[in-house]
Design a protein around this ligand. Sequence first.
Ligand SMILES: *[C@@H]1O[C@H](CO)[C@@H](O)[C@H](O)[C@H]1NC(C)=O
Ligand SMILES: *[C@@H]1O[C@H](CO)[C@@H](O)[C@H](O)[C@H]1NC(C)=O
Length: 489
Amino acid sequence: MAAWQRIAALFSLLRLGLLLLLLSPRSSGIPLDTCPGDRSCQPRKPPVVIIPGDLGNQLEAKLDKPSVVHYICYKKTDSFFTLWLNMELLVPVAIDCWVDNIRLIYNKTTHSSSSPPGVDIRVPGFGKTYSVEYLDPSKRSVGMYFFTIVQALVEWGYTRDNDIRAAPYDWRKAPNENKEYFLALQKLIEEMAENAGEPVVLIAHSMGNLYTLYFLNQQPQAWKDRYIKSFISLGPPWAGVAKTLRVIISGKRWSWCQWAWVASPTPFSFCSWREQNRSLPAFPGKVQNGIRNPFFFIFYLQLGFLVLCHGFFFSLPAGDNNHIPVISSLKIRFQQRSASTTSWLLPYAQFWPKDQVLVRTPTTNYTVLDYERLYSDINFKEGWLMRQDTMPLVADLTPPGVAVHCMYGSGVATEEAFHYSDKFPDEEPLLVHGDGDGTVNLRSAIQCRRWVGKQKQPVTLMELPGNEHVNMLLNYTTVAYIKSVLFSP
Ligand SMILES: *[C@@H]1O[C@H](CO)[C@@H](O)[C@H](O)[C@H]1NC(C)=O
Ligand SMILES: *[C@@H]1O[C@H](CO)[C@@H](O)[C@H](O)[C@H]1NC(C)=O
């Protein structure tokens, strides 16, 4: 979900995953239910389709660019390489190449966005599960996303890519720019339902819920009655996410040490290569990751940072960048702004108190009603066009017309408002926290309750106290609840 911020959450997971890997290589995470006897699992098994959130599936790129931003960037690649998630591309300097490949260019005439010239981006694995199970295709300790849930389903008798599949999409774009996706999703659901003789259960996370709601709002009721059993909604940002305001205004500032740390799995990939008996000279040409000679350059750089910075992470309070050189947040902000989904996710006026100051500067207070001025004041007028393009997509929260199970985390400090000094917007603001799952504000997640009684199908709300936005996917309660929904009559 919520744009760049989620990466931070993701990466803390990744780090944990790395530690677990080191401590107990065979640990498979949480205990999973298994069937007492195979027979009890056999009957009625609705097919499952997963709709991931923002940043929640892999993206691949192929390059043939007229120019590049830096010497080390590739201009041309022979084949597609993983652009997201690929840790090797997120280190200092290489990140410039990455930003220049993943950014979108907005056309004010057509109200649509496209990749820079010579960059071809595709979404791998539609109808399969791999691209949402692990965001990093090497699966090396990192980027685990839907794996726990998919693996649990497999243990209950499901088969990957057969009766459990995922519908990944280009999460940089809002539904108005992803029309073909919804046709493909419809076809996928019909095909799976007909093969199984059972309607489908949709499981969405984060922004995937808005995608799913948009999709269901477009379908006739008869189609939904026939093909959809229920919609399991995890961490839904129905009314937007306050954090995206900060993402758009000031970007996320990471220290060199933080970058080095998140990229630190690369040295470990060296070990896995050794285990596979690959010879060293193969390294420089290993893959075309969009940068020249990726391995040697990055490996030594990272090793250095790792050694230098390792200690900082345990001694510094979060967000304290004192004494650490800081990578320009402007580059990251530039990328974040270019995705129309970022503007799509700003808090919605219908559901937010209109007098609540979300952004405060010494001269101005901005509420949900002041976005046009805000975009103008941060010198990002295109953003206001993007907001207007995307705002009507699901703003009314029209009931989905299928059974809904709405699961959301609470009790985790979640950004709610931002106070800037006169350096606005190019600085980190003071944060005001409220209730939520660390990303999605509670106010936004619980909006599904407005559907109770507004549609004939049941709407169930389930609060997961203390559950963080991404961690909830690993939670035993979540997995057990999904099972109860799947195997209910
Ligand atoms: C925007 O799209 C229009 C119509 O396709 C095209 O003529 C125009 O050159 C585009 N503008 C930019 C800046 O690419
Ligand atoms: C790597 O090579 C060694 C010796 O040549 C061999 O014993 C080992 O089985 C090989 N490992 C793999 C994973 O092939």
